[in-house]
Design a protein around this ligand. Sequence first.
Ligand SMILES: CC(C)(COP(=O)(O)OP(=O)(O)OC[C@H]1O[C@@H](n2cnc3c(N)ncnc32)[C@H](O)[C@@H]1OP(=O)(O)O)[C@@H](O)C(=O)NCCC(=O)NCCS
Length: 181
Amino acid sequence: MEIKTNRLLFRTYEEKDAERLMAIADNKNIAWNMTDAFPYPCTLEKVRECIKDLSSLEKRDKNFVIIFEGEIVGCIGFRLKDGFREGSASGECWIGEDYWGKGIGTEGWDALVDYIFGDFDVRKISVGTFSWNIASIKILDKCGFTEEGCIESELVRFGKVCNECRYGLLKSEWEVLKNKI
Ligand SMILES: CC(C)(COP(=O)(O)OP(=O)(O)OC[C@H]1O[C@@H](n2cnc3c(N)ncnc32)[C@H](O)[C@@H]1OP(=O)(O)O)[C@@H](O)C(=O)NCCC(=O)NCCS
């Protein structure tokens, strides 16, 4: 399974990606803004386990490596929620630090949102981010998300407490943004 944008290619994980992923993911500046599921400190064994886990998840989870100029530069994925959150999705993305500030995160998120709303029965994408994560907040803003509120002292990362900012984008808003209606 592949998704193409102007400069990026998303494809599903392969076992051979482990070394490259380890080389770019073993970075605390990335881990600061990720959930506990992100392997830090990173070892090849943990990365291999992650690849296995992410590849074997049920159909509600889709995860990809991001390829830019022929190299893996990060990862992106989403989860389709179920039960009383059916019709809602959440997403996550990280980019290797050497590639920050080149618009990859924005281009990746924009494509992810198009894929989720275009191919799945989803009415809303919801994302929570650490309030200190300015880059992530800028991306969500550029992709049309609305800030829905910040939850005080909700998160803790490496011992530091942080507010969680919640962002949402409705399919009806995305359709207007993309001139679909
Ligand atoms: C958040 C992240 C994905 C952004 O990726 P990116 O490819 O650098 O994003 P872009 O180049 O599209 O930049 C988006 C905006 O953030 C700004 N930005 C990028 N890195 C920044 C940083 N370290 N500090 C502040 N702003 C930053 C860019 O200048 C740009 O601003 P603009 O809209 O004013 O032009 C990346 O920094 C990352 O992987 N961080 C660690 C993990 C993470 O935070 N994941 C998101 C949680 S889902």
